[in-house]
Design a protein. Sequence first.
Length: 166
Amino acid sequence: MNDQYLEEGIKCKDTGKNKGIRVGLVALIIISFVVILINPALIIAPIIAIALSVFIFSRLKTEYEYIYADGQIDFDRISGNAKRKTIMRIDIENAEVIAPTNSDSIKAYNNNNRIKVKDFSSYNPEVSTYSMIVSKNGELYKIIFEPSERMVKSMKYKQPRKVKEY
């Protein structure tokens, strides 16, 4: 039997949203210290602001991990190097097409209004991504991810008609 098992980790680039949240949390801490000057009875405000900031800052660092095991791929999100959650599990037999995101095979689906997009990439425009069009639970998904050449070859070995490499 030709069973394959591959794991890949992708660190996400900081988005503008995450940077905005960080700036907002720092501003909250500063404001909470100013509130103490106005009303010393509110000494608990900076403690709450700092605890909230530490909790949220650690969750803003996100990584994705792809686990490919014999025709099935799991997409896991790792938050703050601690919390792992499997977001989606796909059997590539159910995929309609797996191809580079900017290929004609994927562009044919871009005008479909009922397609849901799931982006499990690093958000880095310099890195080439693949997209997988799959029907799951009666819904059509476009999954964007960054597989290695080895993972693409493994998927192509399993489903040669569905995986496009160009």
